[in-house]
Design a protein around this ligand. Structure first.
Ligand code: HEC
Length: 256
């Protein structure tokens, strides 16, 4: 059982670093549990394993105590079963490590995705052609019905959009975690606040599949809404997301 000692020493050292260091950290900063970075962990463990083996094999008898059982298992015919078991376990471990290296990962691709690609000059929705650049929200001129339109837009949002974009419009809907890219967070200044209504109209109308090449390689889960909502409903839901978040749509003015 002599050979179990170094293994025990290594395990204790591992636990000391893995749990002891964070514990000390938590005493200094209550409420936190700092982790030891895995690269540091690997370096420490390499030194600890090396050091333990060195110190246990320093003397002849220590070496024999450590190596003896291994030699015994491999040369003693009575322990053939254990030997083949070990060969299998070590082989399986090697296969597992190799598999971990080569298995496909689901990390985001390194290529950058353009979140707001330039829209096409015109888009085909409901079988009609819309000129995105000059497109205006026709409901904006109807000041008398503004509140009613926004309210109806809200109803459309909570029937269709909140599953992904969240009931606070913060992109944290029930389904959100399943998507990459994540559903847009409209309360963030980086989305509708810096977009014109016509851009949003094009984006909502044509959804993920409407994105040009630079909007990929990530596949957006945003549905193609012109197949599900009417033109008027689309404008209303857009008015609602601006009204709720308190942002004004970006406007383009002519430079004279
Ligand atoms: C199935 C989930 C899902 C639903 C439902 C959904 N969206 Fe999205 N939406 C997304 C995802 C994911 C993105 C981010 C990727 C992208 O830009 O296409 C997005 C992006 C957007 C953007 C682009 C924001 C920007 O900064 O470019 C707008 C606007 C938008 N959604 C509006 C809506 C509206 C309005 C509805 C309801 C009519 C809706 N979405 C329903 C998933 C969804």
């Amino acid at each position: 059982m002599q050979f179990l000692k170094p293994i025990l020493a290594i395990v204790v050292a591992y636990l000391l670093i893995k749990l002891g260091v964070p514990f000390l950290g938590s005493l200094m900063h209550p409420g936190t549990w700092p982790v030891v970075p895995s690269a540091v962990m690997k370096m420490y463990m390499a030194f600890i394993i090396l050091g333990t083996l060195l110190s246990y094999t320093y003397s002849e008898e220590g070496y024999n105590a450590l190596i003896g059982p291994i030699v015994d298992v491999y040369s003693n015919p009575a322990k053939a079963a254990i030997k083949f078991g070990l060969v299998f376990v070590i082989g399986a471990f090697g296969a597992f490590v190799a598999y971990q290296y080569v298995k496909p990962t689901f990390d985001p691709p390194v290529e950058l995705r353009s979140v707001h690609p330039a829209p096409p000059s015109s888009a085909e929705l409901w079988g009609k052609s819309f000129q995105i650049q000059s497109l205006k929200n026709p409901l904006r001129d109807d000041k008398a019905n503004f509140a009613k339109n926004v309210e109806e837009g809200g109803a459309i949002f909570f029937k269709n959009c909140f599953y992904c974009h969240g009931d606070k419009l913060d992109g944290k809907g029930h389904f959100a975690a399943g998507f990459n890219p994540l559903p847009a967070n409209f309360t963030d200044v980086g989305t509708i606040a810096q977009l014109t209504e016509s851009f949003v109209f094009w984006r909502v109308g044509t959804g993920g599949p409407g994105l040009p090449g630079e909007g990929t390689p990530w596949i957006s889960a945003m549905p193609v809404w012109h197949t599900l909502l009417s033109e008027e409903e689309l404008w209303k839901v857009i008015m609602f997301i601006y009204d709720y978040t308190g942002y004004a749509p970006r406007v383009t003015t002519e430079v004279k």
